[in-house]
Design a protein around this ligand. Structure first.
Ligand code: BG6
Length: 457
């Protein structure tokens, strides 16, 4: 293991302090950052290095709670540097180039913890200054576009300076251990794999329920809607892991080839079928944990927000291939629902196994109905690593398995754009639901048409 440099654009921002630093702290604790490695935070303001270290220490203490260990934290912050960088100024880039020279001598990971509007300039400057040798890697995160066209534009920007093998597109759901376990459950354990098809499975349900409302993000969420904020990425990734065919090997590209094949076989949503396949809704007033809360319309009142973004969506997804033809995949996600959880329910048609539930969060468990002996696979007493820790660890070792490839992004946007087009054309109703419920009744009806029901918590 060799020393490397980790360069964080937006180093003093929220993502860096709340997620990346804790992840790096744990990786350091596991001995995965070689002696002499450097983590440099880049932001606009001038912050002396020692102040930056103190800031990171304070945040580690805050976010790690009982996992914070003072001596480890003090040793970790010794790796930190800070540099003020005005991305519009050539001098700033020259300074970075000097810091990183001799270029290529050690691996460099660039993490873009900045808004996508800055990706273009950063990539251009890294290219211009030659700071993108083949052993450098670039990490980016959503939103990577807001439709197929803009996603292509983002890809274009990234690919002018970095090759696909150097680009790590984060979807933090892929870093959740329980999501990664789907692959292990299917292809390593494999007990159920012979039954993982239309001959045995009646339907599959994926629910990601949140209790938070739009909070301070109303402007963004109203524009994006939950379809683009959650379905295009997180639920789509889970769907792909569940529906994909067996990869030749569990290599990054074989896995991703199979995921793309799933997205490409999704039945298009059109003006003709949208009403049968899609329910969108916004939360109304209600009761959350004994507190009455106001509805979405009231929250955004007077804010110059159009108010057309959905805060809940339920979809019936058809994967039109030999394995899954006629097996519905039901997806739902929403804000201000009755509880925060993410789970997958697989309903079987066979008599000896009726149901398998894969709980993703808050608990990470597998339940079988009827129960089987090896149930509760993950009831160990250990810290479950955060998604960013898993993913940054993979970037460090150069494993792209749990990162989204260019063609996956484009294919999923194409499908999502179809849904938006269909609901615009048909002026699909935006339902209401009570805060603290599990969404509008209309979402039950999508399933009822095929004789199915949401399996609730
Ligand atoms: C983010 C979305 O990507 O995922 C948020 O932008 C959402 O709206 C969050 O709240 C959910 O992530 P998790 O890990 O809390 O389920």
């Amino acid at each position: 293991m060799k020393a490397l440099d980790i360069v964080i654009f937006g180093g003093s921002g929220d993502l860096s302090l709340r997620k990346l630093m804790p992840a790096l702290y744990f990786l350091y604790g596991q001995g995965r950052l070689a002696h002499g490695s450097r983590i440099v935070g880049l932001s606009r303001g001038k912050i002396p290095r020692d102040d930056f270290r103190i800031l990171v220490l304070e945040k580690l203490k805050l976010y790690l709670g009982p996992d914070y260990e003072k001596s480890q934290a003090l040793a970790f912050v010794e790796l930190l540097d800070y540099m003020d960088l005005d991305i519009s100024k050539i001098e700033s880039w020259d300074k970075l180039a000097t810091y990183l020279s001799p270029v290529g001598a050690r691996e460099v990971i660039y993490y873009m913890a900045v808004p996508p509007t800055l990706f273009g300039t950063v990539c251009e400057q890294l290219n211009r200054t030659g700071l993108n040798p083949s052993n450098s890697r670039l990490v980016v995160e959503k939103p990577l576009g807001e439709d197929m066209e803009t996603a292509e534009a983002v890809n274009e920007i990234l690919s002018t300076s970095f090759r696909e093998e150097q680009i790590y597109r984060i979807d933090h759901y892929l870093g959740k251990e329980a999501v990664q376990n789907i692959l292990a459950f299917r292809f390593e354990d494999g007990t159920l794999e012979p039954f993982w098809n239309r001959d045995h499975i009646e339907n599959i349900q994926i629910t990601v329920a949140e209790t938070v409302g739009v909070e301070g993000r109303a402007e963004f969420l109203d524009r994006a809607g939950i379809l683009r904020d959650m379905i295009q990425n997180h639920l789509m990734q889970v769907l792909c892991f569940l529906a994909m065919d067996t990869p030749k090997e569990l290599s990054a590209d074989d896995v991703r080839d199979q995921k793309v094949a799933v997205v490409q076989s999704l039945r298009s949503v059109t003006a003709k079928n949208v009403a049968d396949l899609v329910v969108r809704a916004q939360y109304g007033p209600g009761d959350m944990a004994g507190q009455s809360v106001s509805g979405y319309a009231q929250e955004i009142k007077g804010k110059n927000i159009a108010g057309t973004g959905e805060t809940f969506i339920a979809l019936k997804v058809c994967v039109d291939n030999d394995r899954w033809r006629d097996v519905p995949f039901y997806l739902r996600t929403g804000k201000r629902l009755s509880a925060r959880y993410a789970r997958i329910v697989i309903e079987f048609r066979d008599a000896d196994i009726k149901q398998v539930i894969l709980n993703i969060q808050p608990d990470m468990t597998i339940q079988f109905d009827p129960p089987v002996v090896h149930e509760a696979v993950v009831a160990e007493d250990r810290r479950i690593p955060d998604a960013y820790e898993k993913l940054l660890g993979d970037v460090m070792t150069g494993d792209q398995s749990y990162f989204v490839r260019h063609d996956e992004i484009v294919a999923s946007w194409q499908w999502i754009d179809g849904i938006r087009k269909a609901w615009d054309e048909t002026k699909l109703e935006i339902h209401d639901y009570t805060s603290g419920s599990m969404g509008p009744e209309a979402s039950d009806k999508i399933l009822a048409k095929s004789g199915h029901k949401w399996v609730e918590n």
